[in-house]
Write a new protein. Sequence first.
Length: 184
Amino acid sequence: MSLERGSDDEERFRAFAAGSAVSLGRLAYLLCGDRHFAEDLVQSCLMKLYRVWPRIDQPAAVDAYVRQVLLRVWLNERRKPWRRAESRTGVVPDLAATGSDPALGVGSDHVRQLLRQALAEVPPRQRVAVVLRYWSQLSVTETAAIMRCSEGTVRSQTARGLTALRAAMTRLGGAATLARELSS
């Protein structure tokens, strides 16, 4: 499939895709918690964007639009029957427990891992609200537009998501570790 307007659009799309693939991958990973699934989401998102690229007249609005497309792709994937049957929250029995080695409990890698685990426990809509507000640093209005809901819903989902994230961090034993990491 090639773009209708010509090579100028093709080059603009290639430049945009190359420049935004990493940030989209991070956002997708925060939404789904699985690196391979995140790569699939980014690929699907970019394919959908490629189809409409010639009709995009406002280059400044592309970032918001592509985040919205990524969110919709993720939500659509979650609705598929085979995705519901999979459980990504289980513990792989072949891995050692993270708390068994004291050396693993030190440093920002440990905090990132705890945060990822805790984020995976937050319900999906709340996770979307928290990720868009605090990771992507979007305003309440921008987040509401992407989530297709009211600003009040964004505020409540964000508050509930942060509460769930704190509870998960406490349950995982990472609240004290995070506080030490942030204070140093």
